[in-house]
Design a binder for this molecule. Structure first.
Ligand code: ADP
Length: 624
């Protein structure tokens, strides 16, 4: 009995777009249907390795254009659909390509249908009715699914024994300005050229029965329309860039050319071909938990798995692509594959290859590398930090920073090479922007010394540096944390002396601030500025900020040390006020502390107190 059901809302939206499409490149529907057919055969082929019932002698796709009936039929002997799968796969859109497409379309970027794999529904651009007849080896009968692309579809049981799927398109005749009353997609030559154009590398034969004249007699003969050579099996020199880019866009549902193609053929102890791509931009779900890394896996051209996670480390998870190896034993389950030694070796090769390609790019094509780095720096930095810095050696040379001196990115290596001989640390400072870092009081001494400071403007930066600690034995040092290492011995002695002389006022300020600060000190790192806040050796102020944004981390505190510039006029003023009236120092201490918080970009703990103290001060100064 036939059952009619409604499409899910999202599908209806997509279908509406398809049936009313004014899109000119309607022809891409054929590429989509052939690609589905090829995937379905892949699945059956893979299952047949462990299940005899599923096996077939041949794996083929057949296309039959029919002008008389204005029809186009595409048949495959792939895995077919069960009834549930028809509902699940053709009644809803599960696939990410279509979802991304729908999102784009909401922004009216209509002309991009061809660049997304919108899949099966694209057939409604050319057909007024679509019928799917199918049989899965796991179903008790065959089924017919049909729809005219409105709100609903119908499913009924049919007699069908052969495993696979036949898609019948009743074509529209209205979208051609020709005299004929059939669509151009019912025409043999149109279809042949479209198969060549879009599907030449499909690995299974795409066949058509064509009329041949021999000895003046017409007869029907099978013709295979595609070359069937997977693009990665062709000699590198033979692949045109354009062809490679088209393959990438289609295979990995991107609508832009890749930023980088890595094509490698390895022969010897281990034999494989890998075709890797770095997308120009992170996939739309790249930063969500739904993003799945991985490479497609083939064995001698037979598809095994869509996303093999073990082939790509997390820190290169932006890499897309495929691996084809003759060394993988085929009748192995996907679970066992995880422990496959060959696979581990390939993964380790690929990791080295990607790394060296990136290093090369950094060395020889800086402009391209910067594009790459801007797109994926967070992933690389996180990779360095992850697992207690286990992979830091591998990644540290791929990391770049802008600096207080230059808007160009530099690497740690370059920093070390151009720093003055006597400079003993790699300095960095953390802040929201270059501007906010440059105006930090702690920058005074750096400017005076003419030292370069790395600008840490991403949240991850400071966490990353905690695991890195040093580069080529030169330690990293925050200019906002701990003792400044720029003070020479005479200065230190001088400072000690001044601290002794001013012991009372410093301890009064400290007392006034109670547990807000761990210490109040005189500073040798400040030049033009009056005060600054530095953190002790543990958690930095910046890390406190980041951690505070996380749930249940409100109690984290960096040790704060208030540093006062003894050479600043303000300190002289403080002293004279203190001498006149010890009590006054309390208000001043609070203002100083809040000011220092503001400069560091930290929230003021008690805005009212701060404002009241300022007001008090203004009134007093007016009375002078
Ligand atoms: P996708 O990009 O996932 O192929 P489609 O909308 O084109 O999206 O197809 C949805 C799903 O329907 C596919 O993922 C696949 O599971 C199933 N499917 C499509 N065509 C076929 C076919 N010819 N044989 C078997 N299953 C198919």
């Amino acid at each position: 009995m036939a059952k009619t059901q409604n499409f899910k809302t999202e599908s209806q939206k997509l279908l509406h777009l398809m049936t009313h499409s004014i899109y000119t490149q309607k022809e891409i529907f054929l590429r989509e249907l052939i690609s589905n057919a090829s995937d379905a055969i892949d699945k059956r082929h893979y299952l047949s390795l462990t299940d005899e019932l599923v096996e077939s002698d041949t794996y083929e796709i057949w296309i039959t254009p029919n002008e008389a009936d204005n029809k186009l039929v595409i048949a495959d002997n792939g895995i077919g659909f069960t009834e549930e799968e028809l509902v699940e796969n053709l009644g809803t859109i599960a696939q990410s390509g279509s979802k991304a497409f729908l999102e784009k379309i909401e922004n009216k970027e209509i002309d991009i249908i061809g660049q997304f794999g919108v899949g099966f529904y694209s057939s409604f651009m050319v057909a007024k009715e679509v019928i799917v007849e199918t049989r899965s080896p796991y179903a008790k009968s065959g089924y017919r699914w049909s729809s005219s692309g409105e709100d609903s579809y119908t499913i009924e049981e049919i007699d069908r024994t052969e495993i696979g799927t036949t898609i019948i398109l009743h074509l529209r005749d209205d979208d051609e300005e020709n005299e004929e009353n059939f669509s151009k997609f019912a025409n043999e030559y149109t279809i042949k050229s479209l198969v060549k154009k879009y599907s030449d590398y499909v690995r299974y034969p795409i066949n058509m029965m064509v009329k041949k004249t021999e000895d003046k007699k017409e007869k029907l003969e099978k013709e295979t329309l595609n070359q069937m050579i997977p693009i990665w099996k062709k000699a590198k020199a033979e692949i045109k860039e354009e062809e490679m880019f088209a393959f990438y866009k289609h295979q990995f549902s991107d609508f832009e050319d890749p930023l980088k193609v890595i094509h490698t053929d390895v022969e010897g102890m281990l034999t494989y071909t890998a075709l890797l791509f770095i997308p120009k931009k992170p996939a739309y779900d790249f930063y969500s938990e739904h993003y799945e890394k991985g490479l497609q896996l083939y064995s001698k051209g037979v598809f095994i798995q869509n996303k093999n996670k073990d082939l790509i480390p997390d820190y290169f998870k932006f890499v897309k692509g495929l691996v084809d190896s003759a060394d993988l034993s085929l009748n192995i389950s996907r679970e066992l594959l995880q422990h496959d030694r060959q696979l581990k070796k390939i993964a380790s090769h690929l990791e080295k290859k990607i790394k060296s390609e990136l290093e090369n790019m950094l060395l020889h094509d800086r402009e391209q590398y910067i594009k790459f780095y801007d797109a994926y720096k967070i992933t690389l930095k996180y990779g360095l930090y992850d697992q207690f810095g286990m992979n830091k050696e591998k990644l540290q040379d791929l990391i770049l920073f802008k600096t207080s001196k230059s808007d160009e990115y530099i690497s740690f290596k370059e920093y070390i090479e151009r720093k003055p001989e006597e400079q003993k640390s790699i300095y960095y400072a953390t802040g929201k922007s270059k501007q906010s870092i440059l105006s930090l009081p702690q920058m005074d001494v750096m400017k005076e010394k003419d030292y370069e400071v790395l600008l840490f403007t991403d949240d991850i930066d400071e966490f990353m540096i905690q695991v890195l600690q040093s580069y080529q034995d030169v330690p990293f040092k925050s200019i906002q944390q701990g003792e400044s290492d720029l003070i020479d011995d005479t200065k230190k002695k001088d400072l000690k002396k001044k601290e002794k002389e001013n012991k009372d006022i410093l301890s009064s300020i400290k007392e006034a601030l109670k547990d807000k600060v761990k210490d109040v000190k005189l500073s040798a790192r400040l030049k033009g500025s009056a005060v600054c806040l530095v953190s002790g050796e543990g958690l930095s102020l910046e890390m406190e900020k980041i951690l505070k944004q996380m749930p249940n981390q409100n109690e984290v505190h960096a040790e704060k040390i208030l540093e006062i510039n003894p050479d600043h006029e303000l300190f002289t003023a403080l002293k004279s006020i203190y001498d006149k009236d010890h009590e006054k120092i309390n208000d001043y201490a609070s203002i100083l502390y809040h000011q220092a918080l503001l400069i560091e970009g930290l929230p003021i703990e008690d805005p009212t107190e701060f404002a009241n103290n300022l007001v008090k001060l203004m009134i007093e100064s007016s009375k002078l």
